[in-house]
Each structure stands twice: as structure tokens, then as C-alpha cells.
Design a binder for this molecule. Structure first.
Ligand code: NAD
Length: 350
């Protein structure tokens, strides 16, 4: 098997590639534009492997992508390349429209042209697996869970762009027969996450003794999934998922943001007792405009049809993540020496 992974220099894509190289005999081509979020240092451990190749390219660059398909003849595409940060989508939606919608459309067209020329068994075996978010379903109240049949109601520019991409992928299956699968996943956390998202932002700011911003009252709830579990789920779905299906992926770990931040503080207290208690660094700040209250996943289909369920509990996963950020200061200090310095983004101005 040869797999194309788009966005493989990002947080989840790099976890998927590390897992493919470690657990399979497949070959993998990482296609990534290297935006601010792409970081090849996340792949240092496998970069020298003969089954791995990196190509710097934009998924929307049709001639380059067509040549790559012709040259490499992949058996599947795991499509993760995207603009992913809600706050950035509030500050400026253009890159979200260009990559998540137009880029996905272009990649579907390129993939379709390639797939149509495959024959027999290779054509039947081919998959285009699209990695999306539970945010497409909108916001839940205090109870209930998102199922694969929950109507779409995206609220942020980011989630609207991902919803559009999901619809395009499903349309390319229904209209042209492209063998696609869509996955909608809850919030991920774990090693190598760009420190603009809640968990790594809180960890690195706490380790540096800086204030810990919590949006609104910290009551928004997310269902946390460890990134290595997500990578494992993607490979299980690729091998056993049904063409045309959607699979929700969740960790069954619902937490309020304030409880996540307090849990990080408690674990860092144990590592750095001299600066404890880190809770004193918490500051409640202006809420994110249109902040969805709660996301929670019903992952029954994944368990029933694929036989997969997230193995990592939140406490253990958080500890592993904090330990990784403590031991890998060079990785995040390099990231923060670039344009982003953990400042607040995504406040509507004017
Ligand atoms: P990320 O922001 O860490 O990485 C995205 C990667 O895509 C980067 O390496 C970037 O360079 C690359 N990229 C962006 N535009 C590109 C383009 N036009 N062409 C080629 N490469 C491009 O994102 P992530 O957190 O790893 O998320 C990966 C996917 O999973 C996204 O599609 C996202 O919507 C989805 N997802 C993320 C989460 C989460 O909690 N992080 C949850 C559910 C779904």
C-alpha cells in the first residue's frame, strides 16, 4: 500500500505518518504546503525511513498534484490538510475558504481523474478518506450527543468551511462514485500540537509562569481525544470502513475548559512545586465570539462496525502530553520563535 497524507506536517497528520511507519509496511507520501502550522521537526524520528517521502505542495495546485498522483500511484489518500484554528478564522476567513473548500474541491477533481484511470482491483481498493471535525454539527446544550445523522449547523468560519468540504466529498461519492469516507472527530490533544490551542497553550504558558487565559467563564465543554488514538482510528477506518460512510470519532472524555486548565495546573504543580500553585495564573478573558457551548460525540458506529474504541483515558493522556512538552522544550521554543508568541487571536474588532 502507498498512502498520500495531506497536511502530514501538522499535528494530527504527523501522528498518522509516525504510526504508519511504525505499525505497517506501507509507504507514505506527505504532501504539505508548510503553512505556519506545518512543522517537519514533528517527523524527525521517521524522516530518514526509506518508506517515507515529503513533498512541499499546495493541495489546490492541480498540475503539481496530478503529476504527483501519476508519479507515485497511491492506493489511498488521507486528507488532513486544512486551516484549523477557529480564532484565526474569525480574524480572516480567506485561507479557510481557499484551502478547506477550494483546495478540497481541487484535490477531489485530481483524485477522481487519477482514480478513473485505475483498473480492476486497484480501482476497487482505492479510498479517499476525509478528516473533518465534530464542529460541523454546531453546538449542543447540556445534554445529548452528535451522531452521524445530526444535521449540520456550523457556527464559525472554520466549521462552515469544514462542513462545505464534507459536503463536497460526499457529493463526489454520490455523483461520480469516488470511493470516499468522511470522519468527524472531536477535539484532539497530545504531543506536537501547535501551542495556539487550549491544552498546549496552557501547558507552555504555565511552564513559563505566564497568565493562563480562559475564554468566558470556562464552561464550554469539549470531548477530548488523544491524537495517537485518533491516528489509530484513522488507520482502522481506512482498512475496515465502508465506502460512502461517515464515522464519528470521540474519546468519551467530556470536560469543561476550566476543568482542563485546572487539571493541567495540578499536574504542573507536581513537576514544578516551586512555582505552585499554577491556578493563580488563571485569568478569565472576553469570550470567543459565537463560542459553541458543548460538543460531545456518540462513537457507537465506530465501535460497532470497525470494532474500535479510544483506549486512552483523559488523566493518563494529559500526563503523557505534559511530560512530552516538559521534555521537548526545543520543539515548542522553535515554534514560538516564529511569528506566533501565544498572543490572543479571534476577537471581532470594530
Ligand atoms: P494543523 O493546523 O496542525 O495542520 C494542518 C496542516 O495542513 C499543516 O501542516 C499545514 O501546513 C497543512 N496545510 C494547510 N494548508 C495546506 C494546503 N493548502 N496544502 C497543503 N497543506 C496544507 O491541523 P490538525 O490539528 O493536525 O488537523 C488536521 C485535520 O484534522 C484538519 O483537517 C482538521 O480540520 C481536522 N481535525 C482537527 C481536530 C483537532 O482537534 N486538531 C479535530 C477534528 C478534526
Amino acid at each position: 500500500m502507498k498512502i498520500f497524507v495531506t497536511g502530514g506536517a501538522g499535528f494530527i497528520g504527523s501522528a498518522v505518518i509516525r504510526r504508519i511507519v511504525a505499525d505497517t509496511d506501507w509507504r507514505v507520501v506527505n504532501i504539505d504546503k508548510l503553512t505556519y502550522a506545518g512543522n517537519l521537526q514533528s517527523l524527525e524520528a521517521i524522516a530518514g525511513d526509506s518508506r517515507y517521502r515529503f513533498v512541499q505542495a499546495d493541495i489546490g495546485d492541480a498540475p503539481v498534484m496530478a503529476a504527483l498522483f501519476a508519479d507515485e500511484q497511491p492506493d489511498a489518500v488521507l486528507h488532513l490538510a486544512a486551516e484549523t484554528h477557529v480564532d484565526r478564522s474569525i480574524d480572516g476567513a480567506a485561507p479557510f475558504i481557499l484551502t478547506n473548500i477550494i483546495g478540497t474541491w481541487s484535490l477531489l477533481e485530481t483524485t477522481l481523474a487519477y482514480w478513473r484511470k485505475l483498473d480492476g482491483e486497484r480501482k476497487a481498493r482505492f479510498r479517499f478518506q476525509h478528516i473533518s471535525t465534530d464542529e460541523v454539527y454546531g453546538s449542543l446544550g447540556p445534554t445529548g450527543l452528535f451522531t452521524e445523522d445530526t444535521p449540520y449547523k456550523p457556527n464559525s468560519p472554520y466549521s462552515a468551511s469544514k462542513a462545505a468540504s464534507d459536503h463536497l466529498v460526499n457529493a463526489w461519492h454520490h455523483t461520480y462514485g469516488l470511493p470516499t469516507i468522511v470522519t468527524n472527530c472531536s477535539n484532539n490533544y497530545g504531543p506536537y500540537q501547535f501551542p495556539e490551542k487550549l491544552i498546549p497553550l496552557t501547558i507552555v504558558r504555565a511552564l513559563r509562569g505566564e497568565e493562563l487565559p480562559v475564554y468566558g467563564k470556562g464552561e464550554n465543554v469539549r470531548d477530548w481525544l488523544h491524537v495517537e488514538d485518533h491516528a489509530a482510528a484513522q488507520l482502522a477506518i481506512l482498512e475496515r470502513g465502508s465506502i460512502g460512510a461517515t464515522y464519528n470519532i470521540g474519546g468519551g472524555n467530556e470536560r469543561r475548559n476550566i476543568d482542563v486548565v485546572r487539571a493541567i495546573c495540578a499536574q504542573i504543580d507536581a513537576i514544578a512545586p516551586k512555582t505552585a500553585p499554577h491556578e493563580k495564573l488563571i485569568r478569565f478573558v472576553t469570550d470567543r465570539p459565537g463560542h459553541d457551548l458543548r460538543y460531545a460525540i456518540d462513537a457507537t458506529r465506530l465501535k460497532r462496525e470497525i470494532g474500535w474504541q479510544a483506549p486512552t483515558g483523559f488523566h493518563a493522556g494529559l500526563k503523557q502530553t505534559i511530560d512530552w512538552y516538559v521534555s521537548n522544550r526545543r520543539w515548542w521554543e522553535n515554534v514560538l520563535s516564529g511569528a506566533y508568541r501565544t498572543e490572543r487571536l479571534g476577537l471581532v474588532k470594530g
